[in-house]
Design a protein around this ligand. Structure first.
Ligand SMILES: CC(C)(COP(=O)(O)OP(=O)(O)OC[C@H]1O[C@@H](n2cnc3c(N)ncnc32)[C@H](O)[C@@H]1OP(=O)(O)O)[C@@H](O)C(=O)NCCC(=O)NCCS
Length: 220
């Protein structure tokens, strides 16, 4: 029997999450997920059209949905910004809904890996051994996470980001497209590692670092 699921956010990543659901269903003997539709507080007209083309229902704003849904469903938040995702997920949790773990069939997980509710792993993700991934983490296409690393709640690892072994990536961190964190480093809560940056030292909480080697934005 399939589980009913809604996606919160109909922008680019929200629609990529729908692709993950479709790939999971296609790989299973019977569909695992029944996509009820998309919830979005400000769905842009072009995204509404894209959903309509795929016959995916728009379910209204989060307020509309939470007031009328009539019972718990699974959900995933397709919003890239960690702070926004955190707020939205907490509202859905308070409403009694549960975060779905969505792992694309081509994503690989090694031994001793734990993954929190609401986390999405896209095509080509590689998670090796002894790794903890928190709740509502976005692992975009081709992300790699090396051995003995922990990734906190609401982290966004954008496409092809690479986190090396023995790292701690605290909650709310965003690593931009192609960003690298070298081994044994700690990236502090709500920090940002810019696209194509290479972190070679710990990153302080709330700091944005860019470049190779990565340095805080104000100090380049
Ligand atoms: C690091 C980042 C968050 C900074 O965003 P921002 O605070 O809006 O910064 P701005 O665009 O105003 O740029 C500020 C300065 O940093 C530089 N800069 C921005 N991002 C940079 C990066 N990734 N690498 C090197 N320099 C960068 C800009 O050139 C600018 O330099 P200047 O002051 O000399 O003109 C952003 O640029 C980034 O890399 N985001 C990740 C994007 C991503 O992953 N996209 C994929 C989505 S799936």
């Amino acid at each position: 029997m399939s589980t009913r699921i809604v996606i919160v956010g109909g922008g680019g990543f929200g629609r990529e999450v729908i692709d993950v659901i479709e790939a999971i269903n296609a790989a299973a003997p019977e569909p695992l997920w029944e996509l009820v539709g998309v919830v979005d507080d400000s769905l842009a007209p072009d995204n509404r059209e894209r959903l309509a083309k795929r016959s995916i229902s728009y379910l209204g704003t989060a307020d509309d949905f939470l007031a009328t849904c009539g019972g718990p469903v699974a959900y995933a938040v397709g919003i890239g910004a960690p702070s926004v995702r955190r707020k939205v997920a907490l509202r859905f949790e308070e409403g009694g809904h549960s975060g779905a773990i969505l792992l694309h069939p081509s994503a690989t997980m090694g031994s001793e890996v734990t993954i929190g509710a609401g986390t999405v792993a896209c095509a080509g993700v590689r998670i090796t051994t002894n790794i903890t991934i928190g709740r509502h983490v976005h692992l975009n296409p081709n992300v790699t996470v090396g051995h003995d690393t922990s990734v906190g709640d609401f982290v966004s690892l954008n496409p092809s980001a690479s986190i090396s072994g023995d790292c701690v990536v605290e909650s709310g961190v965003l690593v931009g497209v192609g960003g690298i964190v070298l081994n044994r480093l700690r990236v502090g809560q709500d920090a940002v590692v810019g696209g194509a940056a290479c972190a070679v030292r710990d990153v302080a909480p709330g700091t944005t670092v860019v470049g190779v080697p990565a340095r805080p934005l104000g100090q380049r």
